[in-house]
Design a protein around this ligand. Structure first.
Ligand code: FAD
Length: 523
């Protein structure tokens, strides 16, 4: 071989131009790595999904006539001495006397740093032994080099204005060059329906795969990879591009007609409460089994062909992928490494232990955490308004919040997790992403879910032992950050409600919040 091409676990893009032709001189390297499996404690289903998707990708490449070196942990973690990616790459290159190494640009800053140091030390600028080249991963709609045209470091950039530019640029759901189809850019206000009792029976069963991961589980155990969450020998997540296409078809046919309508809704009253009308495509998209462009194209075609899908449903879906997904990637790259240091609200508490067990009396939290442990999945509003809101109101240290989100979700990769968690959900960037903190009391949870009806706490009460902790914690948060938030036109008027209370009422609420904060582990 003359060239070694390295493929990461989240670079399983069969449509990449690398694979257009076969070349006997090119060896592809895919490796399971101990450092990647342990840099945070991952959900066991996430580890299984990545390793199986990598294995299947290697098999498919081989079948297509490419030469592939697939290394399991048994090879890269020999005698339990973990090898770094750099060591693995250099040793395979040496073994085959390869002098040229080609990489795809990683999505994560941490991995780019590793690649950069490999290039600096061993590329032509360093010891001059290897020629190295990094190419694009050919995945996102917005070319990497154009990120600085839309995003500025340490500054507010609103998703909505970026999204409109992307709609125009890629001509998606447009009436003409300038105007959106349907006359409105955003149907967010039509995306806030609660699931009523009569809606529950109609929720479709989720399409789940049944991939046997027995040997991967054994490998994780053999190499003492600590993990969280419920292990299952039958993995339900998609691991090939064929799986991803099936999931996409299923979504377009059964879920898209109600996607926008119930996008923010939460329930614990059906066996499909964990999946609802969500696509669950994030893992497949993030490891590039399927391209965001193709997902958008298929959904828009379904909308054109199916009268049951109205504009509010398709726009809501397109906004998530063309808008939010591309936007958080831009915000990540333009602000790294500073982003990972942000703690604008000086939050310093420890994450309570029930984040690892779901064992709390707060039903909303127990449901969101419980399903995250069971499935390595929760939908956006559970992540933002249940666990995220709770962590922000209780002032949990952003590092710990990030670590939890990065570990527990099957789709969690730092480029998408960090801006969503630290920025959108914790307001730790002081507002680069969110125009106001996503802070909510129990009444929001009650409005969007049926959680409160079967909760130990009373959602209507602000004080006393039975009061929903979110109610007093919300006011504690708002009062504490009054100086920063009262000037915010989207939130400032809230203080009128607080000022109307008499001193005794205010004290009682703040006392209850103080008790909750000192007894966080008991809630
Ligand atoms: P659907 O509801 O079906 O949405 C369709 C697609 O839109 C998703 O697959 C995803 O690709 C994209 N999308 C939707 N919202 C966002 C968003 N805010 N940012 C980026 N893409 C979005 N998403 C991740 O992929 N990885 C993460 O690690 C991650 N961490 C998050 C942490 C927090 C605190 C919050 C609030 C959100 C996070 N998200 C993350 C975004 C979002 O919650 C998930 O993308 C979504 O829940 C995945 O489920 P789905 O595929 O069923 O999405």
């Amino acid at each position: 071989y003359h060239t070694l091409r390295v493929i990461l676990g989240d670079q399983l893009n069969a449509a990449h131009s690398w694979f257009r032709e076969t070349d006997d001189g090119v060896l592809y390297l895919i490796a399971e790595l101990h450092p990647e499996a342990t840099y945070v404690k991952h959900h066991v289903q996430k580890l299984c999904a990545f390793f199986l998707a990598m294995e299947r990708f290697a098999e498919a490449l081989q079948k297509a006539g490419h030469a592939v070196c697939y290394l399991t942990l048994d090879k890269t973690n020999r005698e339990t001495t973990p090898q770094t990616h750099e060591q693995v790459i250099l040793s395979i290159a040496a073994q085959h006397q390869i002098t040229r190494i080609e990489l795809q640009r990683p999505d994560e800053y941490r991995v780019l740093q590793n690649y950069q140091s490999l290039i600096d030390r061993h590329g032509s600028e360093g010891e001059n032994t290897l020629s190295m080249n990094m190419v694009d991963s050919e995945h996102f709609l917005l070319p990497f080099d154009e990120i600085p045209r839309y995003f500025k470091p340490n500054a507010t950039v609103r998703m909505e204005s970026f999204y409109r530019k992307m709609r125009q640029r890629f001509n998606i759901l447009m009436a003409d060059e300038k105007q959106p189809e349907g006359g409105q850019w955003n149907y967010d206000s039509a995306n806030r329906n609660k699931l009523k009792a009569q809606d529950l029976a109609a929720i479709p069963e989720p399409l789940c795969f049944q991939h046997d991961v027995t040997s991967i589980l054994a490998r994780l155990e053999r190499h003492q990879i600590a993990s969280i969450g419920k292990a299952d020998t039958a993995l339900l997540w998609p691991v090939t591009s064929q799986d991803a296409l099936l999931l996409l078809d299923y979504f377009c046919e059964h879920l898209l007609p109600n996607f926008g309508r119930f996008q923010d809704a939460m329930t614990s009253k059906t066996p499909h409460s964990w999946s609802l009308y969500h696509s669950r495509l994030s893992f497949a998209i993030n490891c590039k089994l399927i391209s965001p462009k193709l997902v958008i194209k298929a959904a828009v075609s379904a909308y054109r062909e199916n009268d049951e899908i109205d504009i509010a449903q398709i726009e809501g879906f397109v906004r998530q992928i063309l808008g939010w997904r591309e936007y958080v990637r831009g915000m990540y790259w333009v602000n790294m490494p500073d982003y990972q240091e942000q703690n604008a609200l000086n939050a310093e508490r420890d994450l309570p232990s029930y984040f690892w067990t779901g064992d709390t009396k707060m039903h909303c939290l127990a449901s969101a955490i419980g399903q995250s442990l069971d499935y390595a999945y929760a939908h956006h509003i559970q992540r933002l308004m249940v666990t995220g809101n709770f962590c922000m109101l209780t002032e949990i240290q952003p590092e710990q919040v990030d670590e939890w989100y990065l570990g527990i979700y099957v789709d969690a990769l730092e480029w998408v997790e960090l801006p969503n968690t630290r920025g959108m959900s914790q307001f730790a960037d002081g507002g680069w992403i969110a125009s106001k903190p996503y802070a909510a009391s129990g009444s929001y949870i009650q409005k969007m879910s049926d959680y409160c009806g079967s909760c130990h706490y009373k959602v209507k009460e602000k004080t006393g032992e039975q009061a929903c902790p979110l109610n007093s914690l919300y006011w504690h948060f708002m009062v504490k950050h009054r100086e920063r938030l009262s000037k915010n036109p989207r939130i400032g008027m809230i203080y009128g409600n607080w000022d109307k209370q008499n001193d005794a009422q205010k004290h009682a609420v703040l006392d209850r919040a103080a008790w909750c904060l000192t007894h966080l582990d008991e809630l």
